[in-house]
Design a protein around this ligand. Structure first.
Ligand SMILES: Nc1nc2c(ncn2[C@@H]2O[C@H](COP(=O)(O)OP(=O)(O)OP(=O)(O)O)[C@@H](O)[C@H]2O)c(=O)[nH]1
Ligand SMILES: [Mg+2]
Length: 313
């Protein structure tokens, strides 16, 4: 049986294998994804993001538990843009979600890619398709850090959870960077620690809208103590509430449209990159030489590349 067919049957080993091929950008992966694509669009995708160490994986582990008690299957993709360098965080993620390792209704996978950030977004979207096609009801995508990758992946979720914790030091940064604005739910984890009340007040102030319009979602702040399993039920309830809200105001379709658009542009980008890197006669190298010796300008050089691409097409 081919890989795509096995994934559609729910074969976890086939799914794991396919995600590895996606990470490696293997041509077979692209073919398998083509086959899977018509089977996607059924899962509900939850993004879990936040600064390093705030407790995203511990919370995710608790969320898995709540979903499993409701008889829902769960797929998890843990993404760390820096992990290709350190390798450490991935191990930590696996260990924190270890207790679900033997559960057939749970599929957990870490993702790492080298190279351009667009590659990571592309791989993440591909991995989501795999879990979707294999029949997971909910897919949780955990991303660490900040910056473009995080924002892209946030865009790709149906519901985005921003996790914060007292004492992490990055909270004010996140509020300033506007990351909090893309949160549908804010989880204040480590509520057992000192400084929770203060942070809760700061978050609520940052979330308070200047005016409340119709059909506006005011992100709830949910307190959790993930390390003690506390608060996850309330987080899941908030996710479901947000889901119903999106459907009610007809916004789920629009969100999914954004995701499709992102995937299309990421694919175009990687396709173009490949074409450009494989131009005949080392055109790219020649242009770099010309630029370095002042014979051309970046814009003119880019145009030359485009006209060559057009000719080759
Ligand atoms: N006190 C306290 N510690 C917690 C809580 N939740 C998680 N932790 C601890 O915080 C540390 C980091 O937890 P992780 O779940 O790995 O955090 P993360 O956000 O996934 O970390 P990265 O993936 O490395 O960014 C661990 O030592 C957890 O045990 C909590 O509710 N209270
Ligand atoms: Mg983690």
């Amino acid at each position: 049986m081919n890989l795509a067919a096995a994934v559609i049957k729910g074969d976890a080993r086939a799914a794991a294998r396919l995600i590895t091929l996606i990470e490696d950008e293997a041509p077979e992966a692209l073919d398998a994804l083509e086959e899977l694509y018509p089977r996607t669009g059924r899962a509900y995708i939850i993004g879990v993001t936040g600064a390093p160490g705030v407790g995203k994986s511990t919370l995710t582990d608790c969320l898995i538990d709540v979903f499993r008690k409701q008889n829902k299957s769960v797929g998890v993709i843990a993404i760390d843009p820096t992990s290709a360098l350190t390798g450490g965080a991935l191990l930590g993620d696996r260990i924190r979600m270890q207790r679900h390792a033997a559960d057939l209704g749970v599929f957990i996978r870490s993702l790492a890619t080298r190279g351009w950030t667009g590659g990571l977004a592309k791989a993440a979207l591909g991995a989501v398709h795999v879990l979707d096609a294999m029949g997971q009801d909910f897919i949780i995508v955990e991303t660490v850090g900040s910056g473009q990758v995080e924002l892209d992946i946030v865009k790709a979720a149906d519901t985005t959870i921003l996790v914060m914790a007292p004492g992490a030091g990055d909270e004010i940064q996140m509020m300033k960077a506007g990351i909090i604005e893309s949160a549908d739910i804010v989880v204040l984890n480590k509520a057992d620690l000192l400084g929770t009340k203060r942070l809760e007040a700061d978050i609520s102030a940052a979330l308070r809208p200047t005016e409340i319009g119709d059909n506006q979602w005011l992100p709830p702040v949910v307190l959790t103590e993930s390390v003690n399993g506390k608060g996850a039920k309330e987080v899941v309830a908030a996710v479901i509430k947000h889901w119903h809200f999106l459907k009610y105001i007809n916004a789920l379709k629009q969100r999914r449209r954004e995701r499709i658009k992102l995937e299309l542009s990421v694919n175009i980008e990687s396709y173009l990159k490949e074409l450009v890197n494989n131009l005949e006669g080392n055109l790219l190298d020649k242009l770099v030489n010309d630029l370095q010796s002042g014979k051309t300008t970046p814009r003119r050089a880019a145009r030359q590349v485009l006209s060559r691409l057009r000719k080759e097409a």
